[in-house]
Design a protein around this ligand. Structure first.
Ligand SMILES: Nc1ncnc2c1ncn2[C@@H]1O[C@H](COP(=O)(O)OP(=O)(O)OP(=O)(O)O)[C@@H](O)[C@H]1O
Length: 260
């Protein structure tokens, strides 16, 4: 795995030319190997921002550079060798086996109509092992549990051998054990990672930096311990947020109540 710098400059997006932007100009940088968390209330623009980062949608303004190169100045196949995404929508995966889905991650590395080669199969085997999926390799994706499916989608992204990994709410639908497993995996990869998360305690624990969005506007960027103040979190999420330090290990933990 080889990480690369991700540079996001002044990117904005609107559904049509005349529509109001759902993402206003946003700028940040994620150094190679660092983890950025994107947080914000429902409809804040998190998924919209991520779609610009994995080259699904083109920004109306600004640019996204990976390793110094604008991702829209290179062919889609080259971008797919650099950036992989783990998304929540997985409809296309039904009807395929786990191995077939993970193999799809190798597509950007093949030329023309070439079929999967020995090198590709080695990568697929390695990734299946890393994610403890070998025993499920021949199972139909549709028969897996939510947690197992999530692991398969991460495996497909890793088989892509990307420099940057984008994860849209990867812990959704996962039980506590599997949430922790996904988080620990994210921390261990050594890739440049952008991950949207709803759980602020998880974001504080796993991310080097956090970007807060609200109504498509960036509200702040920085290390979670200094950025996520009670005031900023309360204002952004329209709750009363209080950060406490757990006596057991000193880790910080947010608790939330509705304002009076
Ligand atoms: N293609 C589109 N056309 C019109 N509006 C859109 C489009 N894509 C996104 N939006 C709007 O942009 C806003 C931000 O959506 P987005 O999905 O990025 O938010 P989010 O922060 O990921 O939300 P959630 O936490 O609920 O998943 C929403 O109001 C959404 O309806």
């Amino acid at each position: 795995m080889r990480a690369a710098d991700l540079e996001v400059y002044n990117v904005s997006w609107a559904p049509t030319k005349s529509a109001q932007p759902v993402l206003h100009p946003t700028t940040f940088r994620v150094a190679a190997g660092r983890v950025l968390g994107v947080v914000g209330p429902n409809g804040a623009g998190k998924s919209t921002l991520l779609r610009l980062l994995y080259r699904f949608q083109q920004p109306k303004t600004g640019y996204v550079r990976v390793g110094g190169q604008d991702i829209w100045s290179m062919p889609a196949r080259n971008a797919a060798r650099r950036i992989a995404a783990v998304l929540q929508e997985q409809a296309s995966a039904f009807g395929l086996t786990v191995r077939e889905i993970v193999r799809l991650g190798r597509t950007p590395h093949r030329s023309g109509f070439a079929t999967s080669g020995a090198g590709d199969e080695q990568v697929v085997d390695r990734v299946l092992t890393t994610l403890s999926l070998r025993s499920l390799a021949d199972r139909d994706f549709g028969t897996l549990s939510g947690g197992e499916r999530q692991r398969v989608m991460v495996a497909r992204a890793l088989a892509q051998d990307p420099q940057v990994l984008i994860l849209d709410e990867p812990t959704n639908h996962l039980d506590v054990r599997h949430q922790l497993e996904v988080v620990s995996l994210i921390q261990s990869l050594g890739l440049t990672i952008v991950v949207s998360l709803h759980d602020l305690n998880m974001a504080s624990g796993v991310c080097d930096d956090v970007l807060i969005l609200k109504n498509g506007q960036p509200q702040g960027f920085g290390p979670p311990q200094s950025l996520l103040t009670d005031t900023l979190v309360s204002d952004t999420f329209r709750v009363d947020a209080r950060r406490e330090h757990l006596a057991s290990n000193g880790a910080s933990h947010f608790s939330f109540t509705l304002p009076n």
